[in-house]
Design a protein around this ligand. Structure first.
Ligand code: NDP
Length: 246
């Protein structure tokens, strides 16, 4: 089965890359099940997708709460009969030099970016196993490929997920599970809005995103591409960044 008719759950679907992915996948024939904390945005997105003739459902998901991921997966199975793909996209960034000891920010990034993915895996894997197939797509980052000052911890969380997926790939040579890490570079989203407290630094980051960042729809198309492969083809890693990014 290619993308048409697949059931895809997406975390962090209320904005940016997740929302674009929901719109695009629904437009090309997938049924999408959306999770995030801002349910007002999710409800509007579901209405928009349905008005365009697509299939969508949404539930409140805080990825730091394991039960919320189980509810997301259960919703996919109840509404659409199965879950073919989980897109682990929800993420936060807090940027500062390690020496600033933003312990709260580190902890939040580990909780959302790493443990949030693990909770999704714990919810989805039993369903994938029961069905005999499944695909785990995670949104990591080029930050993990080229480590720049102020992003060490963020990059570490993204590389933890990359490592996790490679380990799962090694454990799943029976063909049951496909794993894909998508590494975007600068993408024009709300991610930078909460990345730093200093208003001047934040404004600078926003400006960089506005000048250089690609449209989230570009990442959505990349995610569609990896999902759209035949069952015996796994795209393991995909990097997508602005042409002008260093
Ligand atoms: P946004 O800030 O626009 O989107 C982040 C999404 O994550 C939101 O939908 C937010 O929803 C959700 N989220 C945050 N915390 C939680 C939580 N505890 N539980 C559930 N959902 C949560 O940024 P992006 O679209 O850019 O980010 C998407 C992913 O892409 C992230 O993993 C990010 O690290 C990654 N990325 C982004 C890049 C960029 O340049 N923008 C570059 C490389 C990677 P809500 O607040 O409603 O819960």
């Amino acid at each position: 089965m290619t993308i048409h008719g697949k059931v895809v759950a997406i975390t962090g679907a209320s904005s940016g890359i997740g929302a674009a992915t929901a719109r695009h996948l629904a437009a090309v024939g997938a049924a999408v099940v959306l999770g995030a904390r801002r349910t007002d945005r999710l409800d509007r997105l579901v209405a928009e997708i349905e008005a365009a003739g697509g299939q969508a459902a949404a539930t409140r998901v805080d990825v730091t709460r394991p039960g919320d991921l189980h509810s997301l997966v259960a919703m996919a199975v109840e509404r659409f009969g199965r879950l073919d793909v989980l897109v682990g996209n929800a993420g936060i960034a807090r940027t500062s030099p390690v020496a600033d000891l933003d312990v709260k920010g580190w902890s939040a990034m580990v909780d959302v970016n790493v443990k949030g993915i693990l909770h999704g895996i714990a919810a989805a894997l039993p369903v994938f196993r029961r069905q005999g197939s499944g695909h785990l797509v995670t949104v990591v980052s080029t930050s993990g490929l080229k480590i720049v000052p102020t992003q060490a911890v963020y990059a570490g969380t993204k590389n933890a997920v990359r490592t996790l997926l490679e380990g799962m790939r090694q454990e799943s040579t029976d063909g049951l599970l496909r794993t894909t890490s998508i590494s975007p570079g600068y993408v024009r989203t709300e991610l930078v809005d909460n990345a730093v407290d200093d208003p001047a630094v934040r404004e600078q980051a926003r400006q960089t995103m506005a000048d250089l960042g690609i449209d989230p729809m570009a990442v959505a198309r990349a995610i569609a591409f990896v999902i759209d492969q035949p069952d015996d083809v796994e795209i393991g890693d995909l990097t997508i960044r602005p042409t002008r990014q260093g």
